[in-house]
Design a protein around this ligand. Sequence first.
Ligand SMILES: Cc1ncc(COP(=O)(O)O)c(C=O)c1O
Length: 366
Amino acid sequence: MGGQHPESYISGLQVRQRISRKQPKGLPVINMGFNEMPYPPPQSVVEALSGRASLAHRYGSAACNDLRQALGVLHELPADQLICGNGSEELIDVIGRCFVRPGDGIVISQYGYIQFSMIAHRLGAKLTKAPETQFTAQADSILAAVDETTKLIYLANPNNPTGTLMPPEEVARLADALPASVVLVLDLAYGEFVGEDYCQRTHALVDAHENVVVTRTFSKVYGLAGVRIGWCHAPLWMMGGLSAARGMGSVNGFAEAAALAALAEHDTMRDRLRELLSERDRMFDALSATALDVVQSQTNFIMCGVPGEDPALVDRLVGYLFDEAGIVVGPVREEGLGGFVRFSLSLPEHNALAVETVQDFLEQRP
Ligand SMILES: Cc1ncc(COP(=O)(O)O)c(C=O)c1O
């Protein structure tokens, strides 16, 4: 493993440090930095978690049979092609460990999710970044980056930090054009924000190809970021290897109980999703009316460029948001995105406060 952490990892640490720093005016801290949902879990999820407490002396189900069955029914997928993990982060990592050896190639898009670069770094892989157009991953560019060393492609669609989406027809074209020896990981952490139809089309690629894996999470739309639970849908032949590479007890009993209860909260989740999407439209319009350069998002966050794309201005804006309004946001540090900041959507009043504070900052800027 090399010594240097990618810069945006450092930026993640800075966000955490800001949260632990005292808000100078004593205001409540509003976290708009981690792409979490702003709503607390529904009562039934809280009860499922506390109900599991009296069984804490028992192991959870290593194979997560109940949860895989429930996911299979909900998404019309075969439960024996699903694996649950300690957040989708674990599964994304497990897939890398299964298919990549030191010196092998991993391809991601230019502004692809930072975790992919970290995994390549940990595995000692050769990382190639395929150029994007208008902050959006391109199928042809990814295909051009594939060479004889490439073992894996990670594509978060929609992507974090950009929030953009490669259209599903393009993803299908990418999957069709790849050699069977290259595994294509489609990370749908934010898939629900695009729509169920889109998610189904992506899962259909697993049926049509022996080298496509889809990862999903309960951390975003289901609002369970803190309990750590995700899942993946993979071709049958990969099940043995992926299951063996995953930690046996990586999904604890609390996480499975919470996920099962959350799946039963259909109406609440749908309403929350609807509210968040309308907030996204409102926030997009409001931010676009400022001097920020706003990137259209398909997720629960919005990335914006500051005037002149000046990283020093980003740092000042991030500091101002915290000091004046208690708002924590993450500067985006991916190569080429130093002049950008990312706002995770929050409750309407928090979003409005963020826009107001941005406006104040930009007006006072020398
Ligand atoms: C694109 C993307 N994939 C995966 C994850 C990991 O999610 P989790 O491990 O919480 O399931 C995140 C988290 O922010 C993400 O942005």
